[in-house]
Design a binder for this molecule. Structure first.
Ligand code: FAD
Ligand code: FES
Ligand code: FES
Length: 488
């Protein structure tokens, strides 16, 4: 039997019974609720005009995160709180400090992007509890919002100004109380318009559902799947939503690895990983999509989607990460590189899903870096993504692991270049041989992001950059080889 979608919205519990399971949150807001403050720009998670804040209960505490409503599906709101720009105005009609600061700093011209900026800033305001945020925090918070007329300086000024205005409290306890009342302990089934949206709560429920519906679409953070709906107009059929399965959200450290459940958000996963690899993964975290995309999307989804230009796979493969698969027959553990069979084809048996990934912890004898090449610093898909992890025996390379994205139909290791380095001193001669070998490892294609020649040249030069940073004699500091640091 179909159960309604229930979520907290505008001070009350809101019920939905007739929306198509693939209706987006943005469509629901604008077309059903006639709440048009939230705008549609790109409908693909890029521009931020549609930014809203979602609240959910995590370990008994309310967590609030900005996401792109244009690619989130309405049934995923069940049990959550939805906040839009209409929620910012105070009961007495006064503007929220976020809005007041945007006005005072002239942070809006045509205004189309402004609700999205306001919601991203509100997310930051709540996180900082009204205190001043650093410039880095502001940049990160606004990485998913584009403005085509104001320019960013006044908006960044507003981000700082909002903390100087009289503080406005947020009643988290009230929202948390409502969400506790909406909590479900077992599978929720929502059916409408001939489609079913299944939302299991436990791993056992998920295993059973997946076995019974091997053709249903698995939905996690919707940052890929959402675009199948809004851009490719695909009919998804039945959907199994992973977002309420707590067992997929665990983060565990042990046996020399950090194990990250497939349902952990990209933001939480990269933050956890950066505790162990702050210098190596810090820039990747910052440049991976935008904060709202990282808040919604999962690391498991990035791995399961397995795009050849995805950013997580090269460095995970270089480090020797494993993927844990789960199905009715039990668990299977694969080296991540073996998971990718061909273009968008994975070694996933019917009824299986990705349960977790295991990333090795840093070792003293391993030199590791990953680099992303894209046209923009923030929110851009890589043309080439490189990762190198060399296990050293003194000055010699005991094992070189090299993986690239954007160079082949799958995220792929560079077997020839690795062989050219094995057992040799990490010298310029060895580097030259490995750079030449890369041309035998890959035959990259030309597309809108880069030409084949550009990809090959930059792949080779990224290996050189790695050498400059990690060579035995006089390695350069990361800042000395980073175009963003050099030009800053
Ligand atoms: C604006 C924008 C910018 C982006 N920028 C980047 C970027 O810089 N770098 C980058 O690498 N990616 C980028 N992405 C893509 C990235 O967000 C996704 O690949 C994301 O990680 C997928 O996770 P998800 O939870 O959103 O998965 P979903 O979209 O829900 O699902 C993605 C795919 O994985 C499957 N799936 C999900 N979870 C599982 C599971 N546990 N087991 C089996 N199958 C599963 C789904 O069925 C689907 O096929 C961007 C996306 C957008 C919209
Ligand atoms: S409309 Fe552009 S990110 Fe949603
Ligand atoms: S104010 Fe016009 S797009 Fe930002």
């Amino acid at each position: 039997m179909s159960e309604p979608i229930r979520f907290y919205y505008h001070g009350a519990v809101h019920e939905v019974r007739d929306a198509a399971p693939t209706q987006t949150v943005l469509q629901h807001l604008r077309e059903d609720l006639h709440c048009t403050g939230t705008k549609e720009g790109c409908a693909e998670g890029d521009c931020g005009a549609c930014t809203v804040v979602l609240g959910s209960m995590v370990d008994g505490k309310l967590e609030l995160k900005a996401v792109n409503s244009c690619i989130q599906l309405t049934p995923t709101l069940d049990g959550k709180a939805l906040f839009t720009v209409e929620d910012l105005q105070q009961a007495d009609g006064a503007l929220h400090p976020v809005q007041q600061a945007l006005v005072e700093c002239h942070g809006s011209q045509c205004g189309f992007c402004t609700p999205g900026f306001a919601m991203s800033l509100w997310g930051l305001y709540l996180k900082k509890e009204g205190q001043c945020a650093s410039r880095k925090e502001v940049d990160d918070c606004l990485s998913g919002n584009l403005c085509r007329c104001t320019g960013y300086r006044p908006i960044i000024d507003a981000a700082q100004r909002m903390a100087e205005l009289p503080k406005v409290e947020f009643d988290a306890a009230r929202v948390a109380e409502q969400l506790e009342a909406l909590k479900r302990d077992s599978l929720a089934v929502y059916s409408a318009h001939g489609q079913t949206f299944l939302a299991p709560r436990t791993l056992d429920e998920l295993i059973q559902l997946r076995s019974a519906n091997p053709g249903a679409v698995l939905l996690a953070g919707s940052t890929d799947v959402g675009l199948w709906v809004t851009k490719q107009m695909r009919d998804l059929g039945d959907i199994i939503y992973l977002g309420h399965v707590d067992a997929l959200k665990m983060l565990r450290v042990g046996d020399g690895a950090i194990e990250i459940g497939a349902g952990v958000s990209l933001e939480d996963a990269y933050n956890a990983l950066c505790k162990y690899y702050p210098d190596q993964l810090g820039e990747m975290r910052q440049r991976f999509a935008s904060l709202p995309i990282r808040n919604a999307g999962t690391l498991g989804g990035n791995v399961a989607n397995g795009s050849p230009i995805g950013d997580s796979m090269p460095w995970m493969i270089a480090l020797g990460a494993q993927v844990v698969l789960c199905g009715a027959a039990g668990e299977r553990v694969l080296a991540l590189e073996d998971f990718y069979l061909d273009y968008m084809k994975k070694d996933l048996q019917p009824g299986e899903f990705v349960q977790a990934v295991r990333v090795p912890l840093p070792r003293e004898d391993v030199r590791f870096r990953t680099y992303k090449l894209a046209k923009r610093f923030d929110q851009d898909i890589s043309a080439v993504c490189a990762a190198f992890a060399f296990r050293m025996d003194g000055d010699a390379i005991a094992q070189a692991r090299i993986a690239f994205g954007g160079m082949a139909a799958t995220p792929k290791r560079a077997a020839q270049a690795e062989a050219a380095l094995k057992g040799r001193a990490w010298s310029e001669t060895a580097l030259a041989d490995a750079m030449a070998a890369l041309a035998r490892d890959y035959a990259p294609l030309s597309d809108m992001r880069a030409s084949s020649e550009y990809r090959m040249k930059t792949a080779q030069n990224l290996l050189r950059r790695f050498w400059l940073e990690t060579r035995n004699d006089a390695p350069l500091a990361a800042d000395a080889v980073n175009a963003f640091a050099v030009s800053a």
